[in-house]
Design a protein around this ligand. Structure first.
Ligand code: GDP
Length: 198
């Protein structure tokens, strides 16, 4: 897919106020610093489209971008646990769970994980939550340039095997990416295009 236009549409924390235009939507999410803004900018070939960090917590909003005038890219805030006071039960932030439960036009959520790291409990729990709620998602491994080419696949496969040791029957689709060396750009954009036209 060639990117011909990428426009910022709006930011908000209320799913009901997200754009009403019924375009197919793809959402990007992960822990902060995973490389989400860099990846979005690399995919769209726009340097400052998504803001890159140094400022943790700056994107506590649901950000909509309209791409090629026919789909939405959504930059979601970094997820983490929020504590529900009395029972001290851990849940994900409300607007994130509401977004995934209520946004009917969502085609696929992309969960970003740093390829150098072992599966982290919060990532596993979040993917489990998506699975339980029947939200289609794929995994994006980021920062692949930080590993030697020979170990990139191995590391991703080890991650997916650990995922399978959980309750998963099959692993979700996955993509290996690097914003600095542009690895994975075509695969990811083609995947979006393909599921868009299915
Ligand atoms: P976000 O908080 O998930 O939006 O993460 P950012 O995109 O702001 O990136 C966090 C840090 O990781 C920054 O210092 C980036 O320069 C660095 N980074 C992001 N993507 C890559 C990548 O593909 N390769 C390398 N080497 N560094 C990256």
């Amino acid at each position: 897919m060639k990117i011909t236009s990428a426009e910022f549409i709006m930011s908000n924390s209320n799913v009901a106020k997200c754009p009403s235009e019924p375009l197919p939507e793809y959402a990007f999410i992960g822990r902060s610093n995973v490389g989400k803004s860099s990846l979005i900018n690399m995919l769209m070939e726009r340097k400052g489209l998504a803001k890159t960090s140094g400022r943790p917590g700056k994107t506590q909003l649901i950000n909509h971008f309209k791409i090629n005038k026919n789909w939405f890219l959504v930059d979601l805030p970094g997820y983490g646990y929020a504590r529900v006071s009395k029972k001290d039960k851990k849940v994900f932030q409300k607007y994130i769970t509401e977004y995934f439960q209520e946004r009917n036009q969502l085609v696929c959520g992309f969960v970003l994980v740093d390829i150098r790291h072992d599966p982290q409990p919060v990532d596993l729990e979040f993917m489990e939550w998506l699975g339980t709620n029947q939200v289609p998602f794929a995994i994006i491994f980021t920062k692949a340039d930080k590993l030697k080419p020979a170990v990139i696949e191995k590391q991703a496969n080890a991650y997916l095997r650990k995922l399978l040791k959980g309750a998963w029957e099959e692993t979700p689709p996955h993509f290996i990416t690097s914003s600095t060396s542009r690895i994975g750009r075509d695969e990811l954009l083609n995947y979006i295009q393909d599921i868009n036209t299915e």
